[in-house]
Structures are given as C-alpha cells and as structure tokens.
Design a protein around this ligand. Structure first.
Ligand code: ME8
Length: 529
C-alpha cells in the first residue's frame, strides 16, 4: 500500500494500520513503565509509516472510577478538575518528552466517548446480554477489579498486583453475560493464533478461559464518577467497561461511521501483562456481543522492574521518564528500552546499562560513524559526494539487514530488529577501519578507491537513517540532512523501509556537511540521578 493519499482505487479510505496503547489512569503522574508501552506503540507506528502505510496511533487517559475519585478528593479538587490538571501537567508532557507522534489522544470524559459508551451499553442491553443481579467479592480499587478469592496473597487477603488488602464489595449491579462466551473465545484463540501474543500470554489466557468464566458486573451504584447507565441513572458504567471502549469510540464508533470503517478493527492493542485478561477475554467478548469485528492482535509487554519490583503509581515507586530524557535525550531513551528489554518479558532498567549502551552503541558506533564519514567527504571531496559505485561486501549485508529488521520490527521483536541494524553499524565501522580512507587520501593514484569507500559508507548511513528513523527520529533527521539526501526523511518512495537496502540511492554530487555530533559524550563525573 503506497502512503500517497490514503485512498484506494474505489475512492474509499484505506484501512489504516491502527495501533493503541492502554489509556492510562490519571490518579498520578506517569513513570517509565507507562512510557515503555507508549514508546513501543510509537515505534511500531512509525515503522509502518516508514513502510509507506497509512497508520493511526491512539493513546489517552482513563478518567472515571473510584481510584480517580479518591485521588481528586485527596487533592481537594473535583474529579474533572483533577483529570484536566493531570492530563495537561503530567500526561501530555510525558508524550512530548518521549517524542510520541500519536495521531489522537482520547480522554474518557470527552463527549465523543461518553455518548457512544451509552449507545454501546444500549446495544448490549437490547441484545439481551445484560441482566440485573447481586455480586459480593474481594475488590482491589487500585486495579479497579473484583478478584477471585484464590488469587489473593496471604495473610491478609492482599491484591497480587498491588500487595495491598482488598475490600469486600457487595453490590446490586447490572451484569454482562461473559460466561456465555467461553466457547466462542476459545474457538477464536484456536483459529487466530496471532490474537494473543507472545505465546506465554496466549497460553495464560487460554488456561484462564478454559477454567470457566463468571459473568461480569458492568455497573456501580455506590459512587457517581462515571458514565451513567442509559436505562438507570442510579448506576454508572464500571470503569473497565467504559475504558475498553475508547478503542472504538476514538475510532468513530457511534459518531462517524466512515472514520470507523477506515480504522477498525485495530491491528495491535499494546497492553501490559497486568491488564491482559481485560483485553484478551472481556473486550473480545464485548465486541462479539455487540456484533463488531475483533482486533487482530493483543500484545502483552512484560513489566519494567526497578530493584526487582514492578514500578507502581500506587506504591509511588515510579521513575518519571523526564528524569532520563533530560539526561540522555528522547532518541537514546527510545532506543534503550527497546534494545535492552525483550518486549514480551519482564526486564530491569538500570542507569548504568543505559549509560553503557548510550556510549558504546549510540555515541561510539553510530554517532562516530556519521561524523567520520561526513567530515571525510568534506575534507577529501570538498563536501561533494562521489558517484555511486558497487561495494558487494556491504550491499549484500545491507539487503539482508533490511529484510531481517523489517521482519522483526513488524513482529514487535524490537530487540532483535535493533540488534540486526546495529550489527550492520559495526560491520560498516569495521569496513571503514579496514579500508583506511585516510591512507587512500594520501595517494592520488587511489582516488577511485577512496571515492568507492566514501560512497559506500555514505550509502550505508543513508539506509541506517531510514531504518533508525522510527526509533530515533531527531538524530536521523539530522543525519539525513548532513548526507545531503533529498527531501525530509519521511516515508517517500526512496525512503521506505522496503527500499532501504537498494544500493545507489544517494546521488553523485549530494552536498555532504559535517554532522553536528549526534550523541554527545556524557560527562564523566555525572552522578546517577
Ligand atoms: O491499567 N512495566 O492504566 P494504568 C511495564 N487504565 N508496563 C507498565 C508498567 C511497568 N512497570 N507500569 C505500567 C490501566 N505499565 C487502565 C488501562 S485500557 C482500556 C485501561 C503500562 O495507568 C502497561 O502498559 O495502570 C500497563 O498495562 C499500563 O501501563 C497500565 O496503566
């Protein structure tokens, strides 16, 4: 699919590659765990954009429910004031700090969401999917979830995620007939092995559903901070039932059918493994109940651990992303988390490993290659790039690198995708060292060899700028400009991932300018914050 105008030959909008993050609770400020899922979503969408596809990246905030109500009360604000304050002062600045290029930001208190949520509830009600009943059970307000007694930590009936005592709740509620979907869900998992990823998450979900499903309470009547149930205003919609719908309401369900047709179903819901069941069990059952298509993939990322524990807003153990981006910049931040951790597994952040990757991979391997090449073209060829020449040793490896990186990044195996690209960076560094252009430059008889080495290195950097642009857009734009490459580094034909491995795209005579240092050296005596 060509990027061009996003319209197919019949004039209908092409369905976009639609990626979502969870919508985050605004009870507190974001930490690097939230930013982790958002960076992954941003890189995934930028990668597909760089392939020339029409893409749509949604993130946003989850603003209803008891947890938010309590946070607002504790801070002496109305819930709406609190949400407005947190979105503007904490959540949107976090997106700017990590350089997220989301196409939309949904807030669950927006009318474009609350109206369609009520419509959706009516659809479920009219289809006989809802009944009135009573439920009593242990409830964790931090999770906004009823727990199964067997899941609780002992002693003291504690939530397994938050390690805090649960509360007993007994309520007259409306219920969704989730239990009726067990067989249909199991059939869907069986027929669509890509629906839940990675495999460990899929196995967990299948086991959970096989063990039987209980109906789900979809309303609350003990507080009123939520979307009111359309047929009974003494109830508000359970915050999770409300929140999951953001993926369709932001896409225009219930308000803009044409927009919805161009976006839904979502291609990837990225979620942390803590909220996997909501996305891989409850959400598809709700969609089935309403007669809507299911998302293609729910991918559960692992937890970012600090000191061996999951960071948590509730426990106030979170590190704000800005503490790291202020020091290393957003490009290095984005690179680090995707390169260091295996996306579906738990992993730890450490300041030392961040500094180490920054220095060895970004500053020394990649940044240095760019400054070596651009300064040599300036010095030896007055900034004018020599004519294209074949260099089979690099061209063959580049072609393989592009195929492997594309395959891995599309599969959300970011770690392997980046490892493949950086293997190529090291290969080119070795090539420059072995070819010793500074020696060739001293011998006029070897001018053609020098031209070939300079061109091959520049051409490799051209491809690297394309491949790394989705991850490190700021440095790659600078590199692109300093190579004298034409037009902005967007998904135009010559800049598509699929073409990145074609040799000879940089033009003879391109004006190469010594690049400013892409990744400045870290001060030696900088203390870890
Ligand atoms: O659960 N490691 O919001 P939330 C990795 N509003 N990822 C982490 C993380 C960590 N330590 N901590 C948080 C909610 N995350 C609901 C979602 S969606 C319809 C509603 C990421 O603010 C991860 O993606 O608690 C996790 O699922 C999400 O933040 C939870 O954010």
């Amino acid at each position: 699919m060509a990027e061009s105008d996003g319209v197919d030959s019949a004039g209908a909008p092409e369905k976009a590659f639609y990626v979502t993050t969870p919508i985050y609770y605004v009870n507190d400020a974001p930490h690097i765990g939230h930013a982790y899922t958002t960076v992954a979503g941003d890189v995934l969408t930028r990668w597909h954009r760089q392939r020339g596809e029409r893409v749509h990246f949604l993130t946003g905030t989850d603003e209803h429910g008891e947890k938010i109500l309590r946070a607002a009360e504790a801070n002496g604000m109305t819930p709406q004031q609190w949400c407005d304050h947190m979105v503007e002062s904490a959540w949107k600045p976090m997106l700017a700090a990590i350089d997220a290029a989301n196409d939309d930001f949904i807030r669950t208190t927006e009318l474009r969401h609350t109206g369609p949520v009520q419509q959706f509830l009516r659809v479920l009600h009219d289809r006989g999917e809802v009944y009135e009943g009573t439920y009593t059970g242990p409830y964790c307000v931090a999770c906004e979830e009823f727990k199964l007694p067997g899941e609780l930590l002992q002693p003291g009936d504690r939530c397994p995620v938050h390690d805090r005592p649960v509360e007993q709740l007994s309520e007259e509620n409306y219920f969704f007939r989730l239990s009726a979907y067990q067989d249909r869900l199991l059939a869907h998992y069986r027929d669509h092995p890509q629906f839940v990823q990675p495999d460990s998450a899929r196995n967990e979900v299948v086991r959970f559903v096989e063990s039987g499903l209980q109906d789900l309470s979809l309303s609350r009547s003990t507080f009123d901070w939520g979307v009111s149930v359309p047929w009974d205003s003494s109830h508000v919609v359970y915050v999770w039932i409300d929140a999951l719908q953001n993926y369709i309401t932001a896409a225009g369900w219930g308000s803009d059918p044409q927009r919805f047709a161009g976006l839904w179903p979502a291609d990837v819901h990225l979620v942390g493994k803590d909220i996997l069941r909501f996305h891989a069990v409850i959400w598809p059952a709700m969609l089935m109940a309403a007669g809507l298509a299911l998302p293609t993939t729910v991918f559960a990322n692992g937890w970012l651990l600090v000191g061996g524990e999951k960071m948590s807003k509730t426990k106030l153990t979170g590190i704000p992303p800005q503490r790291i981006t202020d020091h290393f910049g957003s490009d290095a931040y984005r690179y680090y988390f995707l390169r260091e951790l295996s996306f579906g597994q738990d992993g730890s952040f450490s300041w030392e490993s961040m500094a180490q990757r920054y220095t060895s991979e970004l500053a020394n391997d990649f940044g240095n290659l760019a400054s070596r090449l651009t300064s040599m073209v300036e010095r030896y060829r007055d900034g004018s790039l020599p004519a294209p020449a074949p260099e089979p040793a690099l061209a063959g490896a580049l072609e393989k690198t592009v195929l492997l990186a594309d395959d891995r990044m599309c599969a959300m195996d970011f770690q392997a995708g980046l490892a493949a690209v950086f293997d190529y960076v090291r290969l080119v560094n070795g090539y420059v060292t072995d070819s010793a252009p500074w020696v060739l430059a001293k011998d006029p008889a070897r001018a053609a060899d020098l031209d070939r080495v300079l061109y091959a290195t520049a051409e490799s950097l051209r491809a690297l700028a394309v491949l790394l642009n989705p991850v490190m857009p700021k440095s790659c734009a600078r590199l692109w400009t300093s190579l004298g490459a034409e037009a902005a580094l967007g998904p135009l034909a010559a800049q598509r991932v699929q073409d990145a491995g074609r040799w000879g795209l940089l033009q003879a005579g391109s004006q190469v300018r010594k690049s400013e240092v892409l990744f400045p050296r870290l001060p030696d005596d900088e203390p870890a914050p």
